[in-house]
Design a protein around this ligand. Structure first.
Ligand code: ASP
Length: 315
């Protein structure tokens, strides 16, 4: 088969943020670094699955985002992380939930895909598996950031004052990270990683670890990863819904992805967005919040990133 032009897209979460050029530059740099990490592999004929994994590792290691280092805090002021990967060629998937101390949860999700014989592993069993796989572990403090601790305190004050369940509030920034790619062999893949929602109950699992909710990939249609109020993405099987609309209803990616983000998801109160790439290299990145950190790189072109609505990704 002739090589197809590769494309990779990444996101660093959606939410309500206000424009502030001084604060935005580091996000653009981090998104471009993640795109470059993935594109370097795709350039040399590497697999989409390896490329999305490399992009997400880059974002996990950056404390600006709510994944790996920089993960948000649970109500018990701990970090519990979820991650997943999916390979659209084989429909192979791996996911982990509620892990702590694992430096790069996306690598653990990849090990679940490759070496566990399972799809989803959680908690202590997943921790032991990470050690068996020789993955890097870090002390809890390594994941701490002042900003996320401030978010927790703010969420707890809000909960005390208004009785609002802070994790599902309609404001704030969901900083989950994700990547989708089409490789030169025509295969699709996605990867996602998150600390979840600030002040979530210990043991809560979000959409990122649920195949079909926060992530889905199938060479017949598209690769999708989501960010936002995970409970709503689980309830609408959002990522799989994009795939299903394309496969069963014959919608294009440009129709299916916004229909999911602005349709039933929004109707039941779901806030956030998704990034998706289809088997022809089309990219869609709809979101129903004020902004979503996002970027795309096509073969032979400069990487483009954007944050707000009505902003075409720019180099
Ligand atoms: N979707 C993630 C979750 O619910 C949060 C996020 O996107 O930031 O765990």
């Amino acid at each position: 088969m002739a090589a197809v032009p590769f494309v990779i897209a990444v996101h660093g979460g959606a939410g309500t943020m206000s424009p502030n050029p001084d604060l935005e530059a580091p996000y653009h740099r981090a998104l471009k670094a993640a795109l470059a990490a993935g594109a370097a592999l795709l350039e040399s004929g590497g697999a989409a699955l390896d490329a999305v994994q490399a992009a997400v590792v880059s974002l996990e290691d950056c404390p600006l985002f709510n994944a790996g280092r920089g993960s948000v805090y649970t109500a018990a002021a701990r970090h519990e992380m979820d991650a997943a990967v999916m390979d659209g060629q084989r429909l192979a998937a791996g996911a982990v939930a509620c892990v702590h101390g694992v430096r790069n949860p996306v690598l653990l999700a990849r090990s679940v895909l490759s070496d566990s014989g399972h799809v989803l592993m959680v908690g202590e069993g997943a921790q032991c598996f990470a050690q068996q796989m020789g993955l890097a572990m870090e002390p809890d403090a390594w994941f701490d950031t002042e900003e996320r601790l401030d978010d927790l305190r703010r969420a707890q004050r809000q909960r005390r004052a208004m009785g609002v369940p802070a994790p599902l509030r309609d404001s704030g920034h969901f900083g989950t990270v994700g990547a989708v790619a089409l490789d030169a062999h025509g295969h699709l893949a996605g990867a996602v990683s998150t600390g979840g929602l600030t002040a979530k109950r210990p043991g809560r699992v979000g959409d990122s670890a649920v195949i079909g909710a926060g992530i889905y990939a199938n060479d017949l249609s598209c690769a999708v990863v989501a960010t936002g109020t995970g409970e709503h993405f689980i309830r609408t099987a959002a990522a799989h819904d994009v795939h299903a609309r394309m496969l069963y209803r014959g919608q294009s990616l440009q129709e299916a992805a916004p229909d999911v983000v602005f349709g039933e998801l929004l109707r039941i109160g779901g806030r956030g967005g998704l990034i998706a790439v289809d088997a022809r290299g089309e990219v869609s990145m709809p979101f129903n919040t004020a902004g979503m950190y996002r970027g795309v790189q096509r073969q032979g072109e400069a990487a483009c990133t954007a944050i707000f609505q009505d902003q075409a990704p720019a180099a």
